[in-house]
Design a protein around this ligand. Structure first.
Ligand code: NDP
Length: 324
């Protein structure tokens, strides 16, 4: 495993990390979740990503139980939660002070940890002043319940406002942002967030490196049984990743697979390694529903040295026209 600093902070995060979305408390049983966490940890992964909204809190319960029973030193891993999608009542969602603080304590209880290493605003909340959220996050850090706070899918302008508020009031500011980043979703990281990475030292913990499986080639000929796109409630994702509209991306996937073969590797490893080539990426959060997938994807580190400027240019030629 290699480690990178989380942006300009001193925190060292494994370049590959592991997340619980869709899988924990939902698609997979608890024993598979345990096998996945142990596979990741044994490979040197030190960051486990979660959110209050994942399986309505069940993903954190499952992860907390695994962490508790693991015997791993608390200093050996980083665990996150994200606040935004809590319950149904008015103050159980969004980023008002009440929900930010209550959700932190609820996540700590589910994860069975004294503090969250990373705590993200899962989305921007247009109904709450950014200053209110910044103050709540600062207070949680000041009280020792959270070590670093950040955002997910915030615009560059929203981040700039948070920086301005925190600078003006002397508050702990956002350290990291969690955007989607993969060969087909590039420009938010490469264009919008890059200036904050350069000037403010923003770190990124990027999600869906394989575009929910599209970049493994598994959807080239329809949806295979047992895959994510069959899960009730994820019809919106199925619509997005299948059908005629993704035809050009499927063609690109086939061309990328040929490059992977040329390099003697696999498409998932190529896709993950490509994300890591971006120096603004602090960690790539992997997702997996079985240990064989995770083991394969962890092998992406071996592919990094193969991604020469010539190969990166070839990949660019294929992916750029079908990327957003
Ligand atoms: P990916 O894009 O890598 O998708 C992972 C899924 O792709 C797996 O669950 C599996 O699905 C399939 N897959 C993975 N590897 C392989 C392989 N080698 N061969 C075949 N299929 C494979 O990542 P995720 O979308 O899961 O995102 C990773 C993490 O990022 C999440 O767990 C979460 O922590 C975070 N995230 C954050 C978001 C945010 O808004 N901040 C949003 C989404 C994710 P299948 O079961 O179909 O086989």
């Amino acid at each position: 495993m290699i480690h990178r600093r989380l942006g300009r902070s001193g925190l060292k995060v494994s370049a590959l990390s592991f997340g619980a979305w869709v899988t924990f408390g939902n698609q997979i049983g608890d024993s598979v979740a345990r096998e996945l966490m142990h596979t990741a940890y044994d490979a040197g992964v030190n960051f486990f990503d979660n959110a209050e909204g994942y399986a309505a809190g069940k993903a954190e319960l499952v992860m907390g139980d695994i962490l508790k029973k693991s015997g791993w030193a608390r200093s050996s891993y980083i665990v996150s939660s994200k606040v935004f999608w809590g319950g149904q009542r008015p103050n159980e969602t969004g980023l008002c002070r009440k929900h930010v603080i209550e959700a932190c304590h609820a996540a700590r209880a589910r994860l069975q940890v004294d503090y969250l290493d990373l705590y993200f605003c899962h989305r921007p909340d247009p109904e709450t002043p950014i200053e209110e959220t910044c103050r709540a996050m600062h207070d949680l850090i000041f009280q020792g319940h959270v070590l670093y706070w950040g955002t997910s899918e915030w615009t560059a302008a929203q981040l700039a406002e948070a920086y301005a508020v925190c600078d003006r009031l002397g508050l702990h500011g956002p350290v990291m942002e969690q955007p989607q980043y993969n060969l087909f979703n590039r420009f938010n990281v490469e264009k919008n967030l890059a200036p904050h990475c350069e000037t403010r030292g923003l770190g990124t913990t990027i999600w869906s490196p394989l575009a929910s499986g599209l970049l493994t080639g598994k959807y080239n000929d329809g949806v295979p049984a047992g895959s994510r796109l069959e899960i009730p409630g994820l019809e919106w994702l199925r619509d997005r990743l299948t059908g005629p509209a993704v035809g050009p991306q499927v063609a690109a996937v086939k061309a990328l697979a040929a490059i992977a073969r040329e390099l003697g590797t696999t498409l998932p490893r190529l896709g993950v390694a490509w994300c890591l080539k971006n120096p603004h990426v602090s960690t790539v959060i992997l997702g997996a529903s079985r240990a064989s997938q995770l083991t394969e994807n962890l092998g992406a580190l071996d592919v990094l040295p193969l991604l020469t400027p010539e190969i990166m240019a070839k990949i660019d030629t294929i992916s750029r026209p079908v990327a957003s």
